[in-house]
Design a protein around this ligand. Structure first.
Ligand SMILES: Nc1nc2c(c(=O)[nH]1)N[C@H]1C(S)=C(S)[C@@H](COP(=O)(O)OP(=O)(O)OC[C@H]3O[C@@H](n4cnc5c(=O)[nH]c(N)nc54)[C@H](O)[C@@H]3O)O[C@H]1N2
Ligand SMILES: Nc1nc2c(c(=O)[nH]1)N[C@H]1C(S)=C(S)[C@@H](COP(=O)(O)OP(=O)(O)OC[C@H]3O[C@@H](n4cnc5c(=O)[nH]c(N)nc54)[C@H](O)[C@@H]3O)O[C@H]1N2
Ligand SMILES: [Mo]
Length: 808
């Protein structure tokens, strides 16, 4: 979230689209209800199903799964052609005025630079025109045909209400009503917020779904404002924390891009990641990358990391390709992996195409499960009737189960979707022989280290030189880990403005990432968490909920990254002179000598407005990007069909078969053939959660199992009638990859939609069931889903694929 949970109460208009917060985030959703009660805010829900969020909305519109860019692109067109934008904001705080290379084109569904064989784009033309002064060129009048504003206007002029409705199935009047409601928040003192989750991310255009909404929020001037922002409602209680700490293969802790084979040494690596400012006077905050990275190297390798050995740069793994979940299971499926450690992860149930995942696991020599429960994955090799038809005699994988504690049996921290890190205290000891995750990993590490010390090996340094400074090496304390992550001084940290002044003494915890250095005198395990455990102690353990602003900022509750800032880009909540756009909801303001107010300013505290430092300090431009060359599949979002589409064409590019589905999404060899066609699988399927279950583990709990005992699927009345299916009938749902059986729920909540001249029916499938647990043994929903993901971050396309359904 750019904003935070409590801030939802400050909004005038809440959009729930691409998520179902009432069921998946019932505690946080209460702030939406507060906004409705106290501010008379309106709630809009756009979802293929009439959900429990929709049940308390002011306006609901149905949409065909997988068509949100068409809808949101239509909103952009509406805002631009009706002049419903916050012009001063757009002019100054976005790259609307920037001039783009003359060679940049968009034709017939493809951007310039497309290579069909590689399914990827060369980006030579996706760039700014550069002036002789070394800065990007701009046209403040926004009139040049090559400025971002005009290119964007042209790009979205195709998104007419007719074409939007034809593509999404959303009735035109409902679409236009939502456009009008959103447009009202272009007023400087009105805000809209968006709560989204997997209904947007789990698509082959997932990242672009979110970007399209980001463009709308920028056009409306809603970024940085209280009650505004782009708000990803995250999943597991600590999934924000785990992504912050480097769950992804592309990044090191704090989203530092990971080294690749091409980064032959530290200098090459740093040069590529330390940008120069693209406009005069900009903070260009990523120029500090070397400080964050060097401090991370010192946290990992301690005294062994010196300027003589590039601080141990050669010991870091270098990426030679993709290592996201799909890539890992693809490698495993190709027989290229011998072992897999599965900690708090049930991939047989949770990853796309269960058959492929099961076949992949069967090719391993060993599989280690670190989990409190026996999971579907830990028994992938065992026959469970028709739910898991396998022949154990043919599977040689050795499976080890290490019983782990649950989070309530360990102390540590959770980071919420709002980036607030909160300490939690152990409630009870784990049962039996179970051990905490830290203890299990420590045991593995110490054993490996001893083996490397004894036997050597090709490159033992990465393991042998890792620091392990904990009081009990076999059982590092969570407190020690957070202190290490937050960072400390190794030498004296001096004030850069007055070198006689010592800011931090050796051994002291740093107060924040501004104190990090790139000369080895500081260490920090994750720069964005810098200062979370300062000399004042564990700030994540703070529980002071006083809120003088009334905005719910509670600056002394836990610690929000970065720098305890609660609303990102909050400088954009003020006009160029530093005056809040909405004085009643002021986040910060320029006081005449400094930035101050109800949040930690996202700006150099003494940067007077006349200096012209723009609010988006994490870009070298200083402004937000309406045109974003970093995206793999285009600098402007474009509608593409899901890989399994009920249509035989993309209504936006009816004559180009290359532009039906995302042309830059990665498809592995052999997977294209596993995608089904509409003639065999005519219905759109989407998968989702139920409030009564948490993924695949509450099926082990009796109370949850009583509430939702077995797999069902939801269909609309029209489809039920066509297929002769009555409520309570058992049905078989098939995709091109397999089938599941379930009880049919026939509901008014799913409507048949008119799309591109066809009737499109939706089949809704909850995800929670499987063969291990105390719910009725059943099929795994991901038996049905396709093994393809988003072009940028490879999140699987779980939310829009094709099935057929018949009564058993
Ligand atoms: N009770 C409960 N709560 C949970 C979880 C749980 O298992 N149980 N899991 C947690 C986790 S890890 C996560 S990631 C979050 C997920 O939170 P959500 O994403 O809110 O949860 P889903 O149920 O997957 O909801 C997706 C919603 O998107 C809709 N949808 C599907 N396709 C589309 C589409 O193309 N466009 C639009 N606009 N909508 C679409 C679905 O109909 C559904 O209502 O929930 C978290 N909270
Ligand atoms: N079709 C479809 N598939 C989906 C989704 C969807 O919407 N549709 N959603 C996707 C999403 S967003 C997610 S997050 C995944 C979830 O997929 P998984 O993360 O694979 O599913 P969980 O059941 O949450 O698995 C977590 C495991 O962690 C264990 N566990 C709990 N606490 C601890 C602990 O403290 N330590 C250890 N070691 N283990 C612990 C639990 O017992 C459980 O077995 O599913 C994904 N798959
Ligand atoms: Mo998730």
């Amino acid at each position: 979230m750019t904003n935070h949970w409590v801030d939802l109460k400050n909004s005038d208009l809440v959009i729930v689209m691409g998520g179902n917060a009432a069921e998946a985030h019932p505690c946080g959703f209460k702030w939406v209800i507060e906004a409705k009660k106290d501010r008379k805010a309106k709630l809009i829900v756009v979802d293929p199903r009439y959900t429990r969020s929709a049940a308390v909305s002011d306006f609901y519109a149905p949409i065909r799964a997988g068509s949100d860019i068409a809808f949101l692109g239509g909103v952009i067109n509406y805002l631009l052609s009706n002049n419903k934008i916050h012009l001063e904001y757009v002019k100054n705080y976005t790259n609307a005025a920037f001039l783009i290379d003359e060679g940049f084109k968009f034709e017939d569904g493809l951007f310039s630079g497309y290579n069909g064989e590689k399914r990827s784009y060369g980006k030579d033309t996706w760039k700014y025109q550069m002036g002789k002064d070394g800065f990007a060129m701009v046209d403040p009048t926004l009139e040049s045909p090559n400025c971002v504003f005009q290119l964007m206007k042209k790009h979205y002029s195709r998104y007419t209400p007719e074409l939007v409705s034809k593509t999404t199935g959303t009735p035109q009047d409902a679409f236009l009503k939502i456009c009008e409601m959103m447009a009202e928040t272009a007023a400087p003192d009105k805000t809209m917020t968006i709560c989204y989750a997997l209904g947007w991310t789990e698509h082959s255009v997932g990242s672009q779904n979110i970007r399209t909404m980001a463009l709308i929020q920028l056009l409306l001037g809603n970024m940085g404002m209280a009650g505004g922002g782009i708000n990803a409602l995250r999943g597991h209680a600590n999934v924000q924390g785990i992504t912050d700490m480097c769950l992804y293969s592309e990044v090191l802790p704090g989203y530092l891009s990971a080294p690749t084979d091409a980064d032959v040494d530290r200098k090459t690596y740093l040069e590529k990641r330390t940008p120069k400012p693209l406009r005069p006077s900009q903070m260009n905050f990523p120029q500090n990358f070397p400080k964050w990275f060097t401090s991370l190297q010192k946290a990992w390798y301690g005294a062994a990391a010196t300027d003589k050995n590039d601080y141990g740069y050669d010991w870091l793994p270098k990426k030679d390709g993709a290592y996201d979940t799909l890539a890992i299971f693809e490698r495993m499926h190709q027989g290229k992996m011998s072992g897999f450690v599965c900690q708090g992860f049930n991939p047989l149930a949770s990853v796309a195409n269960k058959k492929k995942v099961g076949d992949a696991l069967a090719k391993l020599k060993y599989l280690v499960i670190i989990d409190p429960l026996a999971t579907d994955t830990s028994e992938f090799w065992k026959p469970h009737g028709e739910f898991n038809e396998v022949d154990p005699a043919k599977i040689q994988t050795e499976v080890f189960r290490l019983p782990a504690n649950l989070f309530a049996e360990e102390s540590g921290s959770f980071t919420s979707s709002g980036r607030v890190i909160q300490w939690h205290w152990k409630a009870a000891d784990g049962p039996g022989e179970s051990k905490g995750d830290i203890e299990i990993l420590a045991a593995l590490f110490l054993k490996l280290k001893a083996m490397y010390a004894k036997d050597g090996g090709k490159l033992p340094e990465p393991i042998l030189n890792l620091t392990w400074p904990y009081r009990q090496p076999a059982k590092p304390a969570p407190e020690e880990l957070l202190m290490e992550i937050s960072g400390k001084a190794l030498g004296e940290v001096l004030d850069p403005k007055d070198k006689t002044k010592v800011l931090v003494k050796p051994g002291e915890q740093i107060a924040g990432f501004a104190q990090l250095r790139d000369d080895g005198s500081t260490q920090c395990g994750n720069w964005i968490y810098g200062g979370s455990w300062s000399q004042a102690g564990n700030l994540t353990a703070r529980r002071d909920n006083s809120d003088p602003s009334g905005l719910g900022q509670t600056l002394n509750w836990g610690f929000a990254w970065p720098a305890n800032r609660r609303i990102l880009y909050n400088r954009a909540s003020c006009d160029m002179a530093g005056k809040p756009w909405d004085p009643k909801r002021a986040v910060i303001r320029w006081t005449g000598t400094a930035w101050g107010g109800n949040d930690v300013p996202d700006m150099r505290p003494d940067a007077a407005p006349e200096e012209g430092v723009m609010p988006f300090i994490m870009t070298p431009e200083g402004v937000a990007r309406l045109f974003a060359p970093a995206m793999a599949d285009g600098p402007f979002p474009e509608h593409y069909e899901p890989f399994e589409t009920p249509l035989d064409r993309n209504p936006f590019h009816p004559n180009n078969p290359k532009a039906i589905s995302n042309p830059a999404a990665r498809v592995y060899k052999g997977d294209m053939e596993t995608f089904g066609k509409a003639k065999d699988f005519p219905y759109v399927a989407t998968t989702y959660r139920l409030v009564e279950h948490f993924h695949y583990w509450t099926k082990h709990s009796k109370i949850n199992a009583v509430l939702q005992p077995e797999q069902f699927v939801e269909i609309g009345e029209e489809l039920a009638k066509e297929k002769g299916i009555a409520a309570g009938d058992r049905v078989k749902v098939r995709s091109n990859r397999g089938f599941i059986k379930a009880v049919a729920v026939v509901t008014k909540r799913i409507k048949t939609l008119d799309v591109d001249g066809k009737k499109v029916h939706t089949v809704g499938i909850p995800i929670h069931f499987g063969f291990k647990g105390v719910t009725k043994p059943g099929f795994i929903t991901n038996t049905l889903t396709p093994f393809v993901g988003d072009a940028n971050c490879q999140t699987p396309e779980f939310k829009a694929f094709l099935v057929n359904i018949e009564k058993i």
